[in-house]
Design a protein around this ligand. Sequence first.
Ligand SMILES: Nc1ncnc2c1ncn2[C@@H]1O[C@H](COP(=O)(O)OP(=O)(O)OP(=O)(O)O)[C@@H](O)[C@H]1O
Length: 510
Amino acid sequence: MVPSTMTEMWTTLGSTIASIMFVWAIVRQYCPYEVRYYFEKYTQRIMGVFYPYVKISIHEFTGDHLKRSEAYVAVEAYLSANSSKTAKRLKAEMGKDSTNLVLSMDEYERVTDEFRGAKVWWVASKVVSPTRPMSYYPEQEKRYYRLTFHKRYREMITGAYLEHVVKEGKEIRMRNRQRKLYTNSPGYKWPSYKQTMWSHIVFEHPATFETMALEPDRKQEIIEDLVTFSKSKEFYARIGKAWKRGYLLYGPPGTGKSTMIAAMANLLNYDVYDLELTAVKDNTELRKLLIETTSKSIIVIEDIDCSLDLTGQRKKKAEKPSEDEKEKMDKERKEPKEEGGSKVTLSGLLNFIDGLWSACGGERLIVFTTNYVEKLDPALIRRGRMDKHIELSYCTFEGFKVLAKNYLNLETHPMFDAVHTLMKETDITPADVAENLMPKSPLDNVEKCLSSLIQALEEAKEEAVKRTADKEADRKIAEQEETTSKQIEDPVPANENAAQSQENNVTEKP
Ligand SMILES: Nc1ncnc2c1ncn2[C@@H]1O[C@H](COP(=O)(O)OP(=O)(O)OP(=O)(O)O)[C@@H](O)[C@H]1O
């Protein structure tokens, strides 16, 4: 029967679809799995003959599920820019510097794109694997993008178009991303039970090389080194080396090691991974954490001397090894103890620097900081591993001038001379200078801050003089004690001894 009106036609179509769905539901429920499998397989093949479209899926996680697929991330960024104009359902996330929202297409949303006259469709989708009964693990979502295009464009889309999408996506990502500060902390991660994982916050440290108290020449040298590194992709590829560089920052507390790392990250627009070694269970876990780090990042281990010793046992912060301990550590380094693989060892750490993983996925800086460079194993800091050693030391007058400009907006002042003279005579860290230059109340003027610094310098000078005097007094006391103890051990003077033995000889004679 031919439907006479539009209404009848829709009614017929609706009931036909309902019937098909009903039959399909019955088949799914009662038909054995094998029969259904063959049915679906052959239906798809037959459809394939008539269906002129090609589909490509790009999954979020591939292989070992450790890292988000780069292709997925790039497509996500590419589509975020394109879909915001056409898609109807969008997701919003905070963008760079927390000032703007970045939009991307929501799940099951479809957008159309055009490339050299060819039309393509993108769909964001996910597969949800159901939870097993009595399982503690949450259900797993596997997200993916599906690209559909006509088969006559196969060559162009699989080649030039996808290349264009990935390239553009990466650029958009770099522009829009919020830089992050990652820290590792113990957590629960599916499917492993307990392990340390990266968690992150937005990295918004304001430090720059400009605001750092450092001699201008050194500052320039470090900046050039970093910029050259970041532009040397081809160079590293040509010489066959992984694109990474190690920096060792050493010097007393408060001389700007952490500040310099923040300045490095801001200069190069890199993320920072602050690795707390003491929270890492073993070498395997260390490797996993490192594989999860992304390109354009700085991996930092602060106070490396406190994080691990050469046998894999943690040491307490700021504890200098005694001579005996040093000897023991040397011995144990040569004959490592079996720790049952439960701790990060020196070799694990060396592997972290040299390992194959470090060649994967683009540029990385590895930065170690320490207050006691002499405590570190030479193998750890040799060139090639830690390529550049930067000593950060007490504040110089040049450094002070930078801080005076930052804190007081002052380029010169009659009180600078007194500061200059005192700085030549005594040591003060940039952190202490900064603290003194910081106005403590709205009434504090420039003179008050400079006087406070001068007073701190004078106190430091007095303290140093006192320390020297105390040391001298201690030395003298020690000398005296040594002489006294010798006298107690050997109360009879040597010449008296000789006389005594002569006397004895005489009396023993018959
Ligand atoms: N060279 C510097 N230039 C500018 N400010 C500095 C410098 N050094 C230290 N400061 C100031 O002192 C504070 C502490 O410095 P920072 O934490 O960078 O020192 P550090 O060498 O990493 O110390 P630690 O070894 O204790 O971790 C910083 O917040 C910064 O304000």
